[in-house]
Design a protein around this ligand. Structure first.
Ligand code: COS
Length: 379
């Protein structure tokens, strides 16, 4: 993964910030209200080359740096968590190919994801295998030059809209985590039924789907790595994608803080703006300090990824844990600062509070992040 000079990184951040404020922010409330997948935002991110950020220039990306991607995800999440997830999941779906793909597979698929001509998804979880993905039941049986997939994947972001889905399935029954393989599957494959899940608390415009595979044939050339490499690929990907969820959480929290500051300055009670009361000042100061601490940790995890340091698993888990818990606290406090106005959808902080919740759950619940951290401490 490439790293770039600080000026390039800041220029990318500034252009994404402008795009987010001018073109995405005005759509955010309606995306949440309608719960419809924002195809217009996908088109916008594609036109503006935003999907290229997680990918290296050798694959027609514009960066490939985890830190630069995190800055972009945060800027979009400040105004719309659903839209930020579009960028984060393009990375999530691409990383298995970066980590496990052959050079030919990388050259085939990564430019398609970088240009946004194809949208990606990552299908690991199942109805009965979430925190424990090694217990997955989706089977991939080898038949001649193909594998035949049967089983059900659950909670798949972009599942019903993705052109390319990286699917993890059992090729070695009884071998646990060593019997899992990864495949790049076309979203329109015969034998794949995609059912959108409705009624989410937050990220309501994001597509979340159940994927049902019934004798779905995938060419053997679409397997990433060797048979049995799938679990390590899946975990290696989560090490790289959890800091992006941390960045999404930071953006949600920072967006809510900005609104709380704005409101506290103009809301008058007892003859003065409420920002003049120390009770409110202390709340705002805590929110800002906690966000900055979480941002430092998230950027450290990204730096470690970009520098190929060992130990990214621990830092990625810490970043996801701390940033998402911070986002939940900060958005809840932002609602409190706005009082009754915080509780209605005329102001965006209630949406931000609902959106923050998922960051404590997906890409490994925060209980799982604690297990990962403890395992490293006690090893
Ligand atoms: N990178 C590379 N390899 C890893 C790894 C990592 N971060 N973590 C584990 N592995 C390897 C181990 O080294 C081990 O390899 P060997 O078989 O060669 O010894 C193998 O994977 C199994 O590891 P382990 O026994 O630790 O796996 P567990 O089944 O106990 O799972 C947790 C560990 C709980 C951490 C893992 O299942 C997890 O992250 N669960 C949450 C999944 C998740 O985030 N789901 C959300 C949906 S995906 S968006």
């Amino acid at each position: 993964m490439a790293t770039e000079v600080r000026e390039d990184r800041l220029a990318i951040q500034a252009s994404v910030r402008e795009l987010a404020r001018e073109r995405i922010a005005p759509r955010a409330a309606e995306i949440d209200r309608s719960g419809e997948f924002p195809q217009d935002i996908v088109d916008l991110l594609r036109e503006q080359d935003v999907f290229a950020i997680p990918f290296a220039p050798e694959y027609q990306g514009v960066s490939g740096s985890a830190l630069t991607t995190a800055l972009a995800v945060e800027e979009i999440a400040k105004v719309c968590a659903t839209s930020a997830l579009l960028l984060a999941v393009q990375g999530l779906g691409g990383y298995p190919i970066v980590l496990g793909g052959s050079e030919a597979q990388r050259r085939e698929f990564l430019p398609q994801l970088a240009s946004g001509s194809k949208i990606a998804a990552y299908a690991l979880s199942e109805p009965d295998a979430g925190s424990d993905p090694a217990a997955m039941r989706t089977r991939a049986r080898r038949e001649g030059e193909d594998y035949v997939l049967d089983g059900t994947k659950m909670w798949i972001t972009n599942g019903a809209v993705a052109d390319l889905v990286v699917v993890f399935a059992v090729t070695g029954p009884g071998e646990g985590s060593r019997g899992i393989s990864a495949f790049v599957v076309d979203g329109e494959s015969e034998g794949l039924q995609r059912n959108t899940i409705h009624g989410k608390l937050g990220i309501r415009g994001s597509n979340t789907a159940e994927l049902v595979f019934s004798s779905c044939r995938v060419p053997a050339g679409r397997r990433l790595g060797e048979e049995g490499d799938g679990f390590k690929i899946a975990m290696g990907v989560l090490d790289r994608s959890r800091p992006q969820i941390a960045a999404q959480a930071l953006g949600i929290g920072a967006g809510a803080l900005e609104r709380a500051v704005e409101y506290a300055r103009q809301r008058r009670q007892f003859g003065r703006p409420i920002s003049e009361f120390q009770g409110i000042q202390f709340m705002l100061a805590d929110m800002a300090a906690q966000l900055e601490a979480a941002r430092c940790l998230t950027h450290e995890a990204c730096r470690a990824i970009d520098d190929r340091d060992p130990g990214i698993t621990r830092l990625a888990a810490m970043a996801k844990l701390v940033a998402s818990d911070t986002a939940m606290r900060v958005t809840t406090d932002a609602v409190q600062v706005l009082g009754g106005y915080g509780y209605i959808d005329e102001f965006p902080v209630e949406r931000m509070m609902r959106d923050a919740k998922i960051t404590q759950i997906y890409e490994g619940t925060n209980q799982i992040q604690r297990l990962v951290i403890a395992k490293h401490l006690l090893a």
